[in-house]
Ligand binder design. Structure first.
Ligand code: SF4
Length: 293
């Protein structure tokens, strides 16, 4: 892969396992795109090719607003504006969340039965805890939401990552999650950590490690889970990107995308296309059954 940062790039190396199509039906792939394709190619098509609207949950919007408030705190520090006061960060969280909810309501994409007030409240304590305990200990933050891209030779598409907080030696990612999945084991296997470390390496700025900063709604404690990747693991990730690109190109050419029905995502609750999909609600199940899957 001739990999490239937003400035210039290195290239991903051309081995047989790294053969890629010249074009894809999208301009770029990303960690979330690759995850989505692995779960269900048909859902990937609906989302990235057809651009069908997604249902959003209040907890997702709270996560975005939480990340935006933390990003603003790092931005102030990086740009010499001093520390963002806790009450200013809280104001930012509230206004960002309100804007996101209003936008989702206007677009008709906010999931039914959501509790926006509860989701917002759940983000406030973690933000306090993060700014008090975690942010001050972070060394040499350089950028927030930094975009890094890499390209295979000859490809007209790229692989892109947006780094929450880019530090000299570390890449940080802020999670607000009620899930129990977070552990050292899950971090060591997480594709986002691997892909972002790959992008830093390809940009000629290899990072020592990736840190997940994991908060749970309503709690001030933040768990810091650190993980790293070996050069062999990074090389394997390049091959994974190439493999997914080849599969997408094949599916796009044939029109045979395939369905991924074996998981929580294949349900009326999580898949926006469930009612119309022949492998979901199109089977004739009602929405109630879909929610139970
Ligand atoms: S309903 Fe299931 S099979 Fe159909 S697009 Fe959604 S996740 Fe894929």
């Amino acid at each position: 892969m001739s990999a490239v940062a937003e400035r210039v790039g290195a290239e991903l190396s051309p081995a047989p396992s790294l053969a890629v199509p010249t074009t894809l039906p999208v301009a770029s792939l990303s960690t979330s795109s690759i995850r989505r394709f692995a779960r269900c190619p048909e859902d990937w098509r609906r989302h990235y090719v057809e651009r069908e609207p997604e249902v959003v949950r209040a907890s997702m919007l709270a996560g975005h607003a939480y990340g935006a408030a933390i990003g603003a705190a790092y931005w102030a520090r990086i740009n010499g504006a001093g520390e963002l006061a806790a009450h200013d960060a809280d104001d930012l969280l509230v206004s960002e969340f309100a804007a996101e909810v209003a936008e989702a309501r206007e677009a008709g994409t906010l999931a039914a039965g959501e509790d926006p007030a509860g989701a917002l409240e759940g983000a406030r304590a973690p933000l306090r805890g993060y700014l008090r305990e975690v942010a001050p200990a972070v060394e040499e933050p350089r950028a927030i939401e930094r975009a890094l891209r890499a390209q295979f030779p000859g490809a007209q598409w790229s692989f892109v990552g947006y780094l929450d907080v880019d530090c000299a030696a570390v890449v940080l990612d802020e999670k607000l999650s009620g899930s129990n999945k977070w552990s050292q084991r899950s971090a060591d296997r997480d594709p986002q950590a691997g892909f972002y470390l790959l992008l830093r390496s390809l940009a000629g700025e290899a990072a020592e490690r990736f840190e997940f900063h994991v908060a749970r709604p309503g709690r001030e404690e933040i768990r810091v889970i650190s993980t790293a990747r070996t050069p062999a693991q990074l090389a394997h990730l390049q091959a994974q990107i190439a493999l997914v690109a080849r599969r997408i190109a094949r599916a796009h050419a044939s029109g045979d995308w395939g369905y991924g029905t074996e998981g929580w995502w294949c349900s009326a609750k999580w898949c926006a296309g469930w009612r119309r999909c022949p492998a979901g609600g199109g089977l004739g199940l009602d929405a109630e059954n879909g929610n139970d899957r």
